[in-house]
Design a protein around this ligand. Structure first.
Ligand code: TYM
Length: 321
């Protein structure tokens, strides 16, 4: 069974990526799985090339620092010839209407002066990521589920039209921490490319900085430490984070905590503890560029070898070559 998932280096890895996705990839991953840095996806809005390259390396190091097997990781652009070829085939399998319906496209394009075409078509590239490798399961946070549904629809349509080439993948969304919210604005999900970093905890933040961000977390005036996500979203978010880091439900995590400041301190302590090992391993790896390059090259060769026969089969049945 192959699990596959990715993280986009559009910013630095944040706590939501870690609790909602990366941590689980590391814990549940097997030698058959593939996890990758989706650098091509970071080009859908304005970006700086040098920063993209640095963020790609950092994200790769975070995945390995989190405990994912080095042999299971790769960088998306290292196999981009195969991926972009398959993307074209899948673009000709999808309709304008179904990609224009994607919530993330609507959110990111709303109010923008110009919208890159890649922002519209990126879920098709994501389908290529998944289908090229024959993934059986795609573990993602809630915000990516619509894109995985698209990949499923495209696999089924292609198979029915041309022949059975693709595995129809299952979507897997975690029960806990599926949507970590911004500490400064609990109405938004925590995101690495937020304009304002005050409420975003990055995986590589120092313990001091993590504590400061939690101390400034927005709560409410109810003064009750209870798990009521609709009425108290900020408190609920802190309880979800605390619960996710300590292996308890958010309601259990609330037991014995009476003040918001105690809640913030406990959540900060739990996060600092949770991130300390990964932070150290990631920083060590970033200090050893030759080792990171070696892992990257091995991962690229492995991913290319696993996927190329599926591309060839798809091209053949689609009438190419
Ligand atoms: P990305 O980089 O936005 O996020 C990486 C993973 O982190 C999860 N996530 C969160 N989970 C909980 N709370 C949050 N606040 C939070 N923010 C992010 C995301 O759901 C995701 O699982 N397009 C994808 C990467 C990708 C991919 C793929 C994934 C590219 N190709 C193929 C699966 C299969 C993305 O930008 O994820």
């Amino acid at each position: 069974m192959t699990r596959l998932s990715g993280a986009t280096p559009s910013g630095r890895a944040q706590l939501g990526n870690y609790l909602g996705a990366i941590r689980r990839w590391a814990a549940e991953g097997t030698a058959d799985d593939l996890y990758f840095v989706s650098d091509l996806h970071a080009m859908t809005t304005a970006y700086n090339p040098q920063r993209l390259r640095a963020l790609t390396r950092e994200m790769l190091a975070v995945l390995i620092g989190a405990g994912i097997r080095p042999a299971s990781v790769f960088v998306q652009s290292d196999i981009m010839r195969d991926l972009t070829a398959l993307t074209w085939v899948l673009e000709c399998t999808s309709t304008f209407g179904e990609v224009a319906r994607m919530i993330q496209f609507k959110e990111k394009s709303a109010g923008a002066k110009t919208v890159r075409l890649g922002l519209l078509t990126y879920p098709v590239l994501m389908a290529a990521d998944i289908l090229l490798q024959g993934a059986d399961e795609v573990p993602v946070g809630e915000d990516q589920s619509q894109h995985v549904e698209l990949a499923r629809a495209l696999a089924r349509r292609f198979n029915t039209t041309f022949g059975d080439v693709f595995v129809v993948p299952d979507l897997v969304v975690p029960q806990v921490a599926a949507r970590v919210r911004d500490l400064a604005d609990p109405s938004r999900k925590m995101a690495k490319s937020s304009r304002d970093d005050a409420g975003v905890v990055f995986v590589l933040d120092s313990p001091d900085l993590v504590r400061r961000k939690f101390r400034r977390a927005v709560t409410d005036t109810a003064n009750r430490v209870e798990y009521r996500p609709d009425e108290q979203p900020g408190v609920a978010n802190l309880l979800e984070i605390l619960g996710a880091c300590t292996g308890r439900s958010p309601a259990e995590a609330a037991a014995g905590i009476t003040t918001y400041s105690a809640l913030k301190d406990q959540a900060a302590d739990a996060v600092i503890e949770e991130l300390s090992g990964i932070r150290k391993r990631t920083l060590d790896l970033l200090d050893d560029p030759a080792e990171l390059d070696r892992i990257r090259a091995t991962g690229a060769a492995h991913a290319a070898e696993r996927g190329s026969h599926r591309l060839e089969a798809a091209l053949r049945v689609a009438g190419l070559g």
